[in-house]
Design a protein around this ligand. Structure first.
Ligand SMILES: [Zn+2]
Length: 388
């Protein structure tokens, strides 16, 4: 499928850009953030909420869906868009990321990855490139990901070097095994923190016919300067005329930094997980809404935020609901954080259009970084994600 990719605006001093491209469910405009809908739902939000916020794309996990319900079940109901009642763009992850989860991963063979079914620990199965393309094809997502050999950043260079070659072999097989002509297929660049391996992987991936390029194996606990070095190295050498997706990153400052390096889209559980743990994002930093002082605060979470939560409720009320563990607190907190991500992307776009991205990046880092109410770190939280 042709993405009809276009670069709409570029910042002069940084790599930041606005791009537009087509998926089977309309045109998306980057930069954008994708909330994670592992099992066909963004936790605590309905598809109507997501649409109302203006979210252009979400990402589901094809491996988890295949194990829990089955891709044929989804196909029988008209596909994932119809079932979710969401007409935006839907990405699916192939399952490669589950290789770093002990509950799923058994071993890697040249044919594919042997996973354990966490719902039935005794059952193991081989996820081959052909299998992941069939599963994603039946689910009916707009963007499918290749099966990649995903290693933890702590693994040896030899392991990462093997993963680069293995991902290339599987990528080739995925191109041939694609069953859904309406689906876009993205390649995944691996290589851990090793810049030479990243360059090699980028070159190998670009020798294949993909509709977009993803950077995998990042935001999994490696130091932030290392992650940034990898992103800046890769974005300098891959072709500009394609979508660039940084998988698993969702912390606001690093998103803004890597947009400046030329990244177009992101996905992460970061804003939804933070919301669940009472950490809410504002342009002036993170706040812990369950802190005692907010119980007497009659202002919204953020004064100029137009989200459903801020338009209707005060910090005092959301603090009370969070402390009382009222279920609705989860929705109100999550709504605000996802709305914040959308707002942040809009601010980034405006800065690119007005050619002042560098200034915007510095100002945002200063204002968002100043509050220190941060109960958790991203790497730690990602490991705690419950997928089943
Ligand atoms: Zn709000």
């Amino acid at each position: 499928m042709n993405t009809q990719f276009k670069i709409i605006a570029e910042d002069d001093k940084t790599g930041a850009r606005i791009t537009r491209w087509k998926t089977n469910h309309g045109t998306v405009e980057t930069p954008f953030f994708m909330p994670v809908a592992t099992k066909m739902a963004v936790k605590h939000l309905t598809s109507t909420d997501i649409k109302e916020i203006g979210i252009q794309a979400v990402i589901a996990n094809s491996l988890v869906l295949e194990l829990s319900r089955g891709s044929l079940y989804i196909e029988k109901r008209g596909g994932i868009h119809k079932l979710m009642n969401y007409d935006g763009t839907i990405f699916t992850d192939s399952g490669g990321f589950q290789m770093i989860r002990e509950s799923f991963y058994e071993k890697t063979t040249p044919k594919g990855v042997v996973f354990r079914d966490p719902l039935n620990q005794k059952k193991s199965f081989l996820a081959t490139p052909e299998w992941v393309m069939h599963v994603q094809g039946h689910i009916g997502s707009d963007v499918a990901m290749i099966l990649d050999d995903h290693n933890a950043h702590t693994h040896t260079k030899e392991k990462h070097a093997e993963a680069v070659l293995q991902t290339y072999e599987w990528g080739k097989q995925c191109v041939h095994a694609k069953i859904n002509p309406k689906q876009l297929l993205f390649g995944i660049i691996q290589g851990g923190s090793y810049l030479d391996l990243r360059k090699k992987s980028a070159k190998l991936m670009e020798s294949l016919q993909f509709d977009g390029m993803a950077l995998g194996g990042l935001a999994t606990g490696e130091p932030i300067p290392v992650m940034k070095k990898v992103v800046s190295t890769v974005t300098k050498i891959i072709k500009k005329e394609q979508p660039r997706y940084l998988m698993g990153l969702g912390s606001p400052i690093e998103m803004i930094n890597t947009i400046g390096m030329g990244i177009d889209c992101f996905d992460s559980t970061y804003p939804t997980q933070n919301a669940r743990h009472n950490t809410l994002f504002t342009m002036q930093g993170k706040i812990d809404i369950a802190k005692g002082r907010y119980i007497h605060d009659d202002n919204p979470i953020e004064e100029d935020c137009d989200c459903y939560t801020c338009k209707n409720y005060t910090k005092a009320y959301v603090c009370h609901l969070a402390k009382s563990e009222e279920p609705i607190a989860m929705r109100l907190k999550t709504y605000h954080n996802i709305f914040f991500m959308k707002r942040l992307m809009n601010e980034a776009k405006l800065a690119i259009k007005e050619n002042r991205y560098q200034k915007f990046e510095k100002e945002f880092a200063r204002s968002f970084g100043k509050k220190k109410e941060q109960p958790q770190k991203e790497g730690k939280k990602q490991k705690n994600v419950s997928l089943v």
